[in-house]
Design a protein around this ligand. Structure first.
Ligand code: NAP
Length: 488
């Protein structure tokens, strides 16, 4: 029997894209699975003057159940209330508090509150301050705040944001969302590493040659050109998702699988990232920008993008995590837009056997490689050398495959990243959220690259990769100079 979570969820940005595309469907799934039942209510707030009835129509449409044959979506939507509210206006928080207290009574919620800040981060500080000063936080239940990315645009702004939120919410109440941490195969990384002695024993610089992390997208910037042109791939994809995956791949075993121990292990991994001197950045990082394809615009031709933009849409880098186990293992990361295909994957390349007893020939032994496919199809694949069937002693590479894909008709049973992360918040589980220390170390690393790049912006010639490719040639050369190559 599932335990029902009692909570009042206040969504700032309740009319926005994220709320409609991700948050409402995720909450509906939690409702259908019984995690949310009778004792919950949601207040959506934004400036638009919507009525409760109109808001509930939006909710029913958003959860993709407009026909609502069994009335489930209507029941679910009846827990939703709309409050027109400008977050800069102090008086509106008093109205919000009245509604929150009334709903707390009506649904017997017991004072548990989740505040979801699904708005531009420029508002986070003011919302947090008002929630505290206007007594929206309760003393009878828990108070938790979920903040969306981007969390700052550099170390300093991230620390200011941290500080502003910390004035109202202590660290244990803050859940910084990174939806990659809700993905099934990302969550599987610690299970694979620490649940199997074969990998536990081999996961170090004695046996691993290099690790590759790729987050490639086939789309361009679409309608996000305005934001993207001020951010770039380094901030948009490397600082958060990529470094979070790197921390899971390189952290030492946590003492136990608790929030504090997992976070400490990740913090130590990120703290051990070698921060490059400006002159080292050029040797270890490559940036790119896509040009036009036969039927696709180049980055500079996209809507809301500067015609001379020097913003990078591609990054490849070589990272060093200087812990006792991982020092000397190059961690290559790569992300970009308009690449050959959409994929998120990790390739762990193991060192070859120290002596090839089969002798050299055409048929040389290959590296063993563990492929952790995160998107689009979750899959684990271990590439091994083995003998081919028959009289002769030929060997070839073959793979052991573990497929996590489920048939289309069962997909609804697999929780999506946002759904899992929202449930984590309701249950007070913080390990799949970035802590302030993780942010601190990841931003320090990113700033060192950004600052070196900004100084040498005139040396760059953009665009430098074509639509549908795997990025600029220099990204291949980055590995070739170490005697390595991209597995994907
Ligand atoms: P959006 O569609 O532009 O929504 C912004 C929301 O803020 C709207 O509900 C808007 O409603 C409200 N708002 C703006 N100014 C306000 C004010 N002064 N007072 C009260 N409400 C105000 O943005 P979004 O795409 O949902 O993104 C929200 C956050 O999530 C951003 O931080 C974004 O980076 C992050 N995020 C979004 C996605 C995604 O897929 N969309 C993915 C990852 C992260 P009114 O105009 O009615 O006031």
């Amino acid at each position: 029997m599932r335990k029902e979570e009692k909570a009042l969820i206040v969504i700032f940005g309740g009319t926005g894209d994220l709320a409609q595309r991700k948050l409402y469907p995720s909450l509906f799934n939690l409702y259908k699975r019984g995690f949310l039942k009778d004792n919950f209510a949601v207040i959506g707030t934004a400036r638009r003057p919507w009525s409760d009835d109109y808001y509930r129509e939006i909710i029913i449409n958003a959860v993709g159940d407009a026909e609502d044959i069994n009335g489930q979506a209507t029941d679910f939507a009846s827990h939703f209330y709309y409050q027109s509210h400008n977050v800069n206006d102090t008086e509106h928080y008093a109205t919000l508090k009245q509604l929150a207290d009334k709903l707390d009574d009506k649904y017997q919620i017991g004072g548990n509150r989740v505040f979801y800040l699904a708005m531009s981060p420029s508002f986070f500080g003011t919302i947090a301050a008002h929630l505290k000063s206007q007594n929206l936080k309760t003393t009878t239940g828990y108070n938790r705040v979920i903040v969306e990315k981007p969390f700052g645009h550099d170390y300093e702004s991230a620390m200011v944001l941290n500080e502003e939120i910390a004035q109202a919410f202590p660290e244990e109440e803050v859940y910084r969302i990174d939806h990659y941490l809700g993905k099934e195969m990302v969550q599987n990384i610690p299970a694979i590493r620490f649940g199997n002695n074969i990998f536990n024993a081999l996961w170090n610089n004695r046996y691993i040659s290099n690790i590759q992390v790729t987050l490639s997208e086939s789309l361009g910037v679409e309608e996000r050109g305005g934001y993207y042109d001020t951010a770039g791939a380094l901030r948009d994809m490397i600082q958060n998702h990529t470094l979070q995956i790197v921390s899971l791949l390189t952290m030492s075993a946590p003492v136990s699988f608790t929030d504090t121990d997992i976070r400490n292990a990740k913090i130590n991994a990120l703290k051990s990232l070698r921060v490059y001197k400006p002159e080292e950045v050029a040797q270890n990082f490559v940036r790119g920008q896509y040009g036009p394809g036969s039927d696709k615009p180049g980055y500079r031709q996209e809507d809301m993008v500067d015609a001379d933009s020097m913003t990078e849409t591609f990054v490849a880098g070589k990272l060093e995590v200087n812990t006792m186990d991982m020092a000397g293992v190059p961690i290559y990361v790569r992300t970009g837009k308009r690449m050959r295909e959409k994929a998120t994957r990790v390739d762990v390349v193991f060192k070859q056997v120290p002596n090839n007893v089969f002798g050299e020939g055409d048929n040389t032994l290959r590296h063993d490689v563990l492929h952790i496919m995160i998107d689009p199809e979750p899959k684990l694949s271990l590439q091994l050398n083995s003998k081919t069937i028959g009289h002769s002693y030929e060997y070839d590479t073959n793979s052991l495959n573990l497929n996590y894909s489920v048939p289309a008709e069962q997909r609804a049973n697999i929780p999506e990243a946002y759904e899992k992360l929202i449930l984590d918040v309701l249950q007070g589980k913080a390990s799949n959220f970035a802590s302030s220390k993780e942010l601190e170390y990841s931003w320090k690393f990113i700033d060192s690259v950004r600052q070196a790049w900004d100084k040498n912006i005139d040396d760059m010639i953009f665009p430098n990769y074509s639509c549908g490719s795997m990025g600029p040639k220099a990204a291949d050369a980055l590995l070739e100079k170490d005697g390595n190559h991209w597995e994907f």
